[in-house]
Design a protein around this ligand. Structure first.
Ligand SMILES: C[S@@+](CC[C@H](N)C(=O)[O-])C[C@H]1O[C@@H](n2cnc3c(N)ncnc32)[C@H](O)[C@@H]1O
Length: 290
């Protein structure tokens, strides 16, 4: 037991963001921006196959916002759907009394086999934004672990940010400065390169490698809906603050000082308010167990 706790603890630390209330608020805001940008909570191809009593899991659930929002938005259309959220840490879970009765939250490390009671139980697995905890060798292991949770014919839907082909500050309003937003983009890449590089290719290949069928990539850019550009930029650039603070704590060589970090983040917020924004890809992959 002591060994298991120590190894869970090591996995929790192997993550490049913190889990404070600022980060929880950011995750909740980010959820609403992403869902609008993607145009769905559940990919339409998957939704069309889910039974009236579907059991749905959210892996690396964080604050549980995806399950809570889906439970709320389907309470009239799919009142018998049930949800299980799993995360390596319960630090961002909402209090038990604020969670609806069809949502259950559990502690689990996605890089280890899930408890047998959950095997073969789910019609759909959802995952999103796990990449800051993933090394290149983890993707196939994690997809295979998720697959054990699925019933035959069940689906995985996994969405990640792809900063590799494009992570760029642009101006909308004529004359708007993009200097600090670009600095933030570059710093994020510098601090997290080992996790960000190749992540979405690894994700797609892991779906194929795990033998999932009907694998489809659904890419959108973060500026697809012009009305979301400012909020999307603010939410994503707040990652610079979280990762930057964690980097200071970890003694990373490339870390800015706290003073510089806070100054740059404040300037980024101003630039976003004055008509500049950041663009990147959101890539969702779906695939089905035979
Ligand atoms: C950026 S948050 C995303 C949370 C949520 N998926 C969302 O989109 O709002 C990443 C989450 O992954 C969790 N995580 C990191 N490593 C994990 C692991 N090995 N197993 C399960 N969860 C993990 C973190 O604790 C955190 O809650």
């Amino acid at each position: 037991m002591e060994n298991l706790d120590a190894s869970l603890d090591a996995s929790r630390k192997n993550y490049l963001l913190n889990r404070d209330s600022y980060e929880s608020r950011r995750l909740i805001e980010q959820h609403h921006v992403w869902v609008k940008n993607q145009g769905y909570r559940v990919h339409p191809t998957i939704e069309a196959t889910l039974p009236p009593n579907a059991r749905i899991a959210d892996i690396a659930t964080g604050t549980g916002i995806w399950t809570l929002d889906l439970s709320h938005s389907t309470k009239d259309t799919h009142p018998s759907w049930t949800f299980d959220g799993f995360d390596i840490s319960s630090a961002q879970f909402p209090s038990q009394d604020s969670v609806p009765s069809n949502v259950h939250l559990h502690i689990a490390d996605v890089k280890r086999p899930f408890p047998a009671e959950f095997h073969g139980q789910f019609d759909m697995i959802h995952a999103r934004l796990l990449l800051l905890a993933m090394d290149s060798m983890d993707w196939i292991l994690v997809v295979n672990n998720m697959k054990t949770l699925l019933k035959p014919g069940g689906w995985i839907q996994w969405a990640e940010i792809d900063l590799e082909p494009m992570h760029t500050a642009l101006r909308d309003k004529l004359g708007a400065s993009t200097e600090y937003l670009q600095k933030g983009c570059d710093k994020l890449w510098e601090l997290c390169r080992h996790r960000l590089s190749g992540a979405c290719k690894n994700l797609f290949n892991a779906f194929k490698g795990a033998g999932l069928n009907d694998v489809v990539l659904d890419p959108v850019t973060s500026d697809r809906l012009p009305e979301l550009r400012e909020i999307s930029t603010k939410v994503e650039m707040r990652v610079v603050l979280g990762v930057g603070k964690q980097a200071i704590q970890n003694g990373a060589e490339a870390a800015w000082s706290l003073e510089e970090l806070e100054y740059v983040v404040a300037q980024m917020e101003k630039e976003a308010e004055n008509g500049a924004y950041v663009v990147f890809y959101i890539k969702t992959v779906i695939g089905r167990k035979s």
